[in-house]
Design a protein around this ligand. Structure first.
Ligand code: SAH
Ligand code: SF4
Length: 362
């Protein structure tokens, strides 16, 4: 199920500009005066400029760098919603694939939601990215550049949070994702506490996260609290069923001393029953987890509908009555297809694979 660790956009391609860490940038500037490295580094990372804008560097040098190490993302579509408080991009990658990034401003923070893969191999059929299948892994530079582009667009506000909740399964691209996280923390200066990895539940990856030094947040897309229902929604549940997943979550919670979040997209008649609320509350008591209820975003390839707003609130109340901390996620940019994978599905319909159908619970 886990895709091979391909490096983008191909093992022979030269590193893109944001693939280069400080040591690699110094190598790329070999033969130039040493202060050029500081000028370039500060321009790119401290000041958030494009290569073109770093006018302290000679034009010749900028042209040589741009030629040898191009940037990764070319803006294909940009849409704005919620009075400009939500900005969504569809980027074209060097090899013709595309991924999405969403920037969301709130009263107290600005959050960017980034992609870790083009497509996804996990096949959750309620998800637009899952419906298109796996295309390839993103490289470190492609992940980091999404944050850098959003940080620039957020100005004068400060980009404070990064969530890996865009396209792809971050723990199936662990090395690139974790290198990008270290650089978002170290080179861009974001607090590790403000970074969150969302996973469908890849147990080896969660256990690996538990051993990392940076206290990055973890959100698990649980969506069902019994194997009977989760098996229908999430194919990898047959490999790592809920009990095994819960053990890994417990290990992470003990090691990170952070509160775990369960994500739960509300699907009418599937996972919004009273019985699911009871089972979820039991699991949350054991793991001291918080629940984020997500109103389902309709996708072209999934026939089932989301729970009504009234049922979402009832479900939250059932959890709260059982001592579970639950909140309803405010939907952003529904009118611009801000849900995972949807903008790409809409603008590039030809590449969207026809969805597989699985039996739904009665
Ligand atoms: N692969 C990772 C991260 C990307 S998906 C994961 O699954 O966690 C980010 C979140 O969006 C997940 O919780 C996912 O289940 C949810 N999601 C996917 N499709 C959705 C839809 N149509 N409506 C609402 N949430 C959806
Ligand atoms: Fe992949 Fe997450 Fe979508 Fe499932 S929900 S298909 S894991 S992106």
């Amino acid at each position: 199920m886990t895709p091979p660790d391909a490096v983008s956009p191909g093992p022979d391609a030269p590193p893109t500009l944001y693939d280069l860490d400080r040591a690699a940038l110094a190598d790329a500037l070999a033969g130039e005066p040493r202060y050029r490295i500081d000028q370039l580094w500060e321009g790119l990372y401290t000041e958030g400029r494009t290569l073109d804008e770093i006018t302290t560097l000679p034009k010749r040098l900028r042209a040589e760098l741009a030629e040898a190490h191009p940037v990764s993302l070319v803006e294909h579509v940009q849409k704005r919603a919620d009075n400009d408080q939500t900005v969504k991009w569809l980027w074209s990658l060097a090899d013709g694939d595309s991924v999405e990034t969403v920037l969301m401003h709130y009263r107290d923070r600005s959050t960017v939601c980034i992609s870790s893969q083009a497509g996804c191999a996990m096949g959750c059929d309620f998800c637009a990215t899952g419906q298109m299948g796996f295309r390839r892994q993103l490289g470190v530079g492609e992940i980091l550049e999404q944050v850098i582009r959003a940080r620039r667009a957020a100005q004068p506000r400060r980009l404070s949070n990064v969530v890996f909740m865009g396209m792809g399964e971050p723990l199936a691209n662990y090395d690139a994702v974790w290198t990008a996280i270290r650089r978002i923390h170290g080179d861009l200066g974001l607090s590790a506490r403000n970074l969150t990895v969302s996973t469908v539940g890849l147990v080896p990856g969660i256990r690996r996260m538990a051993k990392e030094a940076l206290p990055v947040g973890l959100a698990v897309s649980l969506h069902a609290a019994t194997d009977e229902v989760r098996d229908q929604m999430i194919p990898i549940n047959s490999r790592w069923p809920i009990e095994v997943l819960a053990d890994a979550c417990e290990e992470w919670t003990a090691a990170s001393r952070r509160r775990l979040t369960f994500e739960w997209a509300m699907i009418a008649g599937v996972n919004d029953t009273d019985a699911q609320a009871v089972a979820l509350a039991t699991l949350c008591r054991r793991l001291r987890a918080h629940v984020n209820l997500i109103p389902l975003n309709p996708t072209p390839g999934y026939p089932t509908v989301g729970s009504s707003p009234a049922r979402v609130q009832e479900f939250r109340d059932l959890l709260r009555q059982r001592g579970t901390n639950a909140t309803i996620r405010q939907n952003r940019g529904t009118d611009i297809d801000a849900a995972c994978g949807q903008l790409r599905a809409d603008t590039n319909g030809a590449t969207v694979a026809s969805p597989r159908r699985r039996r739904r619970p009665e």
